[in-house]
Design a protein around this ligand. Structure first.
Ligand code: FAD
Length: 549
């Protein structure tokens, strides 16, 4: 059971079904279902699980139309249901149409279509990554086919039309006023991009995506389209233009459409985000004036606000620090004193704090003494930390969103980049011996002090699983970037997702187009370019002092 439970966990972007939940889930469901019946002792299934998870992540936003699930036939409680559904081999893939009756035992797919045979031929020969990528692409296309095989009568409730529109239907929309954007994807008949983008935008309001075919001459002539796939965008205010993307790829189209002004992810009602983060946030932003900012910059005001909140609020809930807590606090102060970019009053304060902590022979310190120092009661010149929250790049669209956790991520990204830029900065601090000192200190801080306990638990799991593999300063930068993206994936659409700053893989194509590529139809990062981008973005020369005290 242990191994089975670990093959797929609640953290994965798919549904884990069991004897009690399979039938209620797939019977008369508003969405179709694609279920992998596996067995946790089958080697292929174990090998295949990472591909299935990657697929589930790739199509996470399609779930209202087609949900991806797993059911472990090796669990005793599932023996009967697997027998009832005639599962003889593992893995067996079955799909259930939307609105299917209780008697439906699902359809096994075999090699009836080219994509399915490709799928099956790859199923047992997945050693190379490219095999897994191709596999994801073909299952994704199979999912589109499953959806399109529905009739008008059993069409999944939330699935938009997937068939192409004709110029007769589309051209009259030109110049019409509307309350939303309409994106027309014009593509070759065999292309899946249009349907994939339609499904990628399923959970977003403010934009409707339709597809049309490259064989529709009147449409091509009217819109002056010559390359495929192309996106033509009708704005709510009646203007219409080609949508410019750096690369004609699904990921670029979907990312761009999601970030059009006014386009928002529909929040799941009643969704409880994995983390009681909102409640832990400072609650001041609502009355503050909006501060215009540039998403390509990092603001010292956010970093200073992070330290203000951390030192005066988060840590101040501890009346004394001793033992491990004191050690973690000292390491954190040392790290910031040595790596905070730009010098200035913050560094002076952290240096003063650092010297003071190191000079104390005490095993236990009252936190009030730290507060006195932070508030510079001794009037040491140049030592200063603003005593208010001024979120800039971390502003939320309403109180309780963004703010402190955003600034903490930002601070640690800056510190990983600064450690790379000044490799000797940590010499003689006791931290220089660790392979990834910034991440280790962050890990200990989060575990010991970060107010969002669930965040700490997730982060600790991630660190325990992979931090030891980080052996260089470059890897340190990339590990944090990757972890942060994992959290973004997990939280997209949850209650802590700010509609104005929707969580998404970062940096978006509009921030860094060379960071994104496609391999065998699957989005991949160009990590060399991501590293270059992170070094530039979080580097000292990209820090803006605007709004800083
Ligand atoms: P944030 O995710 O806070 O990002 C801040 C800024 O960093 C973004 O605006 C962007 O400019 C940049 N950025 C985004 N992604 C990346 C990246 N991959 N690499 C580099 N820079 C990036 N909340 C929960 O509900 N559950 C959790 O389990 C959870 N775990 C957390 C763990 C840690 C260690 C931290 C610091 C926070 C955690 N949070 C968690 C809070 C959550 O991640 C967000 O910080 C919070 O919801 C605010 O989100 P945001 O929109 O401001 O963007």
């Amino acid at each position: 059971v242990g191994a089975a439970a670990r093959l797929y966990t609640e953290e994965d972007p798919l549904v884990i079904l069991s004897s009690g939940s399979l039938k209620p889930a797939v019977t008369n469901s508003s969405s179709a279902w694609l279920v992998q019946f596996f067995s946790s002792w089958c080697g292929h299934c174990i090998q295949y699980s990472s591909t299935w998870k990657a697929l589930a992540r790739d199509v996470k936003d399609w779930q209202q139309a087609l949900s991806v699930a797993v059911l472990d036939c090796a669990q005793e409680e599932n023996f009967d249901v697997c027998k009832e559904f005639s599962i003889k081999f593992y893995p067996t893939f079955k799909y259930f149409r939307a609105h299917s009756p209780e008697t439906d035992r699902g359809t096994i797919y075999r090699g009836e279509t080219p994509s399915v045979s490709l799928f099956l031929s790859h199923m047992f020969s997945l050693s190379a990554d490219s095999g897994a990528d191709r596999e994801i692409q073909s299952v994704r296309q199979l999912m589109v086919n499953i959806l399109q095989n529905h009739t008008k009568l059993d069409w999944p409730d939330h699935c938009p039309p997937l068939d192409p529109y004709s110029s007769v239907e589309l051209l009259p929309l030109l110049g019409q006023r509307s309350d939303h954007y309409t994106a027309i994807i014009v593509e070759e008949p065999e292309s899946y991009v249009g349907r994939e983008v339609i499904l990628d935008l399923l959970q977003y309001s403010g934009v409707e995506v339709k597809r049309a075919l490259s064989s529709d001459r009147p449409l091509l002539d009217a819109l002056k389209i010559t390359t495929f796939p192309s996106v033509y965008l009708l704005h709510p205010n009646t203007t219409h233009t080609h949508l410019h993307v750096q690369k004609q790829l699904r990921f670029f189209f979907s990312s761009l459409l999601r970030t059009l002004p006014g386009v928002q992810r529909r929040l799941k009602s009643g969704s409880s985000s994995s983390g009681g983060q909102a409640g832990a946030l400072p609650d001041k932003q609502s009355t503050e004036p909006w501060r215009d900012f540039d998403r390509l910059k990092v603001y010292t005001a956010d970093l200073e606000s992070a330290l203000h909140y951390l030192l005066r609020v988060e840590l101040a809930t501890h009346s004394t620090l001793e033992g491990e807590e004191l050690k973690v606090f000292k390491d954190f102060v040392t790290l910031v004193a040595k790596l905070y970019p730009g010098g200035g009053s913050v560094v002076k304060l952290m240096e003063t704090l650092c010297d003071w902590l190191l000079s104390l022979p005490l095993q236990r310190i009252p936190y009030q003494a730290v507060l006195d120092l932070v508030d510079n009661k001794m009037r040491i010149s140049g030592v200063f930390l603003g005593a208010e929250l001024r979120w800039v790049g971390c502003q939320g669209s309403r109180a309780g969103l963004r703010g402190y956790p955003c600034s903490l991520w930002t601070l640690f990204h800056v510190l990983t980049v600064q450690h790379d830029a000044t490799p000797t900065a940590l010499e003689n601090t006791g931290l220089e011996g660790e392979a990834a000192p910034v991440l280790q200190v962050m890990r200990r801080y989060i575990r010991t002090f970060f107010g969002c306990e669930e965040c700490g638990r997730h982060f600790e799991e991630a660190a325990a699983g992979s931090l030891e593999r980080v052996q260089s300063r470059e890897q340190q930068i990339l590990w944090l970037w990757e972890q942060h993206n994992n959290v973004n994936y997990r939280l997209a659409g949850s209650l802590s997702d700010d509609p104005l700053f929707p969580k998404a893989p970062w940096p978006s194509p509009s921030l860094c187009s060379s960071c994104h590529e496609e391999k065998n139809g699957v989005h991949v990062w160009n990590q060399d370019n991501v590293l270059l981008f992170l070094r530039q973005h979080y580097g000292a020369s990209n820090l803006s002092p605007k709004y800083s005290l």
